[in-house]
Design a protein around this ligand. Structure first.
Ligand SMILES: [Zn+2]
Length: 223
């Protein structure tokens, strides 16, 4: 009796599965690709794939033009980010004039000569006069300038100039150390070299003791 019931129950389950065949919510990349809306940049990426000798219609590449456009738009999002919106509401009255240092802010950017990534860290210091800024805003300012087509020297200078303008401090110092894929993967193919750039404004430029104090504070962070 018992074994008979079991067999009947199994049979019912089988019938159910074969009868309904519901559309799966799990889809292949090819099915999924239909949902993507890509713009002119995506169309150009498809052309690039073809020109490279690839087949943009193979499954692994179907969504690549869409993804590449989305990634490139994210990595260059700094062009459309408003610095004022980031900073407003995060400025406070300075209660003392001691040096403020934010070390090891990591950033990722694209070199404007090859559109290949370069990445590294930036160390920022300022000497407050009347205003200070919420510390989390400094990395956000770094990202605004990093997410553009850049050269390392310019990012460094732009961060310094922005803090100088916004905080009107007695001085700003910015040191950046980065590795460039256009040097590591092509060209001279030097994987271990890094490039250091700096911008010193106000007291950091005028007063070597102030500059040295900052450099001593970040020395352990440099490679
Ligand atoms: Zn380059």
């Amino acid at each position: 009796m018992k074994s008979g019931n079991k067999a009947a129950a199994l049979k019912v389950v089988e019938t159910k599965v074969s009868a309904t065949k519901p559309a799966s919510k799990y889809v292949t990349k090819a099915q999924d690709a239909k949902k993507d809306e890509r713009g002119a940049i995506g169309d150009m990426f498809e052309k690039i794939l073809k020109d490279l000798g690839e087949d943009p219609s193979r499954e692994g590449l179907l969504r690549t033009p869409y993804r590449a456009e989305k990634a490139l738009r994210f990595l260059t999002g700094g062009y459309t980010t408003n610095i004022e919106e980031i900073i407003n509401g995060a400025l406070f009255t300075a209660e003392n004039d001691d040096m403020v240092v934010v070390k090891n802010i990591e950033y990722y950017s694209l070199c404007e000569h090859h559109m290949l990534p370069f990445f590294g860290t930036v160390h920022v210091a300022y000497l407050p006069d009347k205003k200070i800024i919420g510390l989390s805003k400094i990395p956000r300012i770094v990202d605004v300038f990093a997410r553009r087509l850049q050269v390392q020297e310019r990012i460094t200078q732009q961060i310094a100039d922005t803090l100088m303008e916004v905080l009107e401090p007695r001085g700003v110092a910015v040191v950046s150390e980065a590795q460039h894929f256009c040097m590591m993967m092509r060209g001279v193919e030097k994987q271990c070299s890094s490039t250091v750039t700096s911008a010193m404004l106000g007291e950091f430029r005028r007063n070597s003791a102030t500059k040295d104090e900052f450099l001593a504070l970040i020395r352990s962070s440099l490679r």
